[in-house]
Design a binder for this molecule. Structure first.
Ligand code: CMC
Length: 393
């Protein structure tokens, strides 16, 4: 009808105002609350960054200690929630389990339903940051038939997660500080990315006044898709399929062929038309982790570096400004840490949860926020009469 701007995929529509994250896609700049991602990745822990995203400023030592204490206090799940896992097949995808269990949290914390209270919203944010790692680890333990590991409150956030995920009750788990730092950095790099598909989904769900756990679940469901968070899993499977640098040109030709649905996973981005700054940090982390583990000759990493080099010299990728994105190297790091491929997107969700909840809270705190209600361009039939069933052909 021409009454509304038609913008499929929201390539040029700002759906909200936000003070949380800034991206300059042409220059390859990413700032959380004004701070460059490179500096945050170097100087801060994931929980410091979480505090920053939620509160607008980095915490003082005292604020940080208090925040860590609150998060640590909430790491345990209600015991009743463990029965949810038993209802799944052992081979269920962990993201399917996450969608169900995170959504179910709203059945346990009724205070979350009153979203007008800032204290309730803050408590929900803490619970989410605290419990998602426990849920991720339990999803994995269930899938491999090992007993759940309870959180240990004397450990740091990432150490505790690694122990719940990779340890077992029969022996002490010895964490490696280099690997802990690497995982912490992965979480920082995934923590927020302004109005990406899953965050926009969380905002749209939340705009109706739905509770934060329900909103987060909608974000997790959206993240699962291979064009979004599912890309890290897809990258690793793609590298395994390519197998050898000899085959790179064949796969690049496939990626360029418009009749072939294959895309180079981990390449391209709606906003970055330059190198994704997170991919640079991830590639650096890859070097650190593989060196620490004595895997400098990791064939998959070599293949990824070679693929990047060849793609970035290719006319098609240059012209379309397709560069590696955050997911291109994150899978190699996660794999080296011992995280199985089908858990990769759940790891992304763990980092992004804080971004989702920060955006949800920012929206609810804005007195001018309205229910999200996009319009459409109707392209269907014009008005016509209903024929009774015998008259229809
Ligand atoms: N391989 C080959 N061609 C590509 C690729 C790719 N990975 N990405 C984009 N193109 C082409 C695309 O075919 C299109 O060509 P043309 O203009 O001739 O039709 C052009 O580049 C623009 O692509 P688009 O699909 O219109 O761009 P978009 O902004 O809608 O999509 C994207 C962005 C990330 C979905 C896309 O680049 C893609 O599918 N990449 C692979 C999946 C991936 O790595 N996703 C992770 C994104 S970063 C983390 C996250 O957000 O979760």
């Amino acid at each position: 009808s021409g009454l509304f701007a038609y913008d499929p995929g929201f390539t040029s529509t700002a759906s909200c105002r936000s003070e949380i994250t800034y991206i300059d896609g042409e220059a390859g700049i990413l700032l959380y609350r004004g701070h460059p991602i490179e500096q945050l990745a170097e100087k801060c822990s994931f929980l410091e960054v979480s505090y920053l995203l939620l509160n607008g400023e980095l915490p003082t030592q005292k604020q940080y200690d208090d925040f860590v204490r609150q998060v640590t206090y909430h790491t345990l799940l209600h015991d009743q929630l463990s029965y949810f896992f038993q209802g799944f097949r052992r081979d269920a995808h962990p993201m399917a389990i996450m969608v169900a269990v995170v959504g179910a949290l709203s059945a346990f914390y009724h205070d979350a339903l009153d979203i007008r209270s800032k204290a309730n919203r803050d408590l929900s944010a803490i619970r989410i940051i605290a419990k998602i790692p426990t849920i991720v680890a339990m999803s994995y333990k269930y899938s491999i038939g090992l007993s759940f590991m309870y959180p240990r409150n004397d450990l740091g956030y990432v150490e505790n997660f690694m122990r719940m995920m990779l340890g077992n009750p029969c022996e002490e788990y010895h964490e490696n500080p280099v690997l802990v730092k690497a995982l912490d950095r992965i979480l920082i790099l995934h923590a927020d990315h302004e109005q990406n598909a899953s965050t926009s989904t969380v905002r749209l769900a939340g705009s109706s006044g739905a509770n934060p756990y329900a909103c987060l679940t909608s974000g997790i469901a959206c993240l699962w898709g291979p064009a979004h968070g599912g890309a890290n899993e897809a990258v690793l499977n793609m590298l395994l399929e390519i197998g050898d640098s000899e085959n790179i040109s064949h796969y690049l030709e496939k990626a360029k062929d418009k009749n072939d649905p294959f895309r180079l996973m981990g390449f391209g981005h709606r906003v970055y038309k330059n190198y994704d700054p997170r991919a640079k940090l991830m590639r650096q982390t890859c070097h650190e982790v593989l060196d620490e583990l004595g895997l400098h000759d990791d064939p998959l990493f070599k293949l990824a570096l070679e693929l990047e080099r060849i793609a970035l010299e290719d006319e098609y990728f240059i012209e379309k400004k397709l560069y590696p994105n955050v997911d291109f190297y994150s899978g190699i790091v996660l794999r080296a840490l011992g995280i199985p491929v089908n858990m990769f997107t759940a790891m992304f969700a763990m980092g992004r949860s804080v971004g989702w909840i920060a955006h949800w809270d920012e929206m609810i705190s804005d007195p001018e926020h309205k229910i999200g209600r996009p319009r459409q361009l109707y392209t269907g039939k014009t008005q016509r009469d209903v024929l009774s069933i015998g008259e229809r052909e």
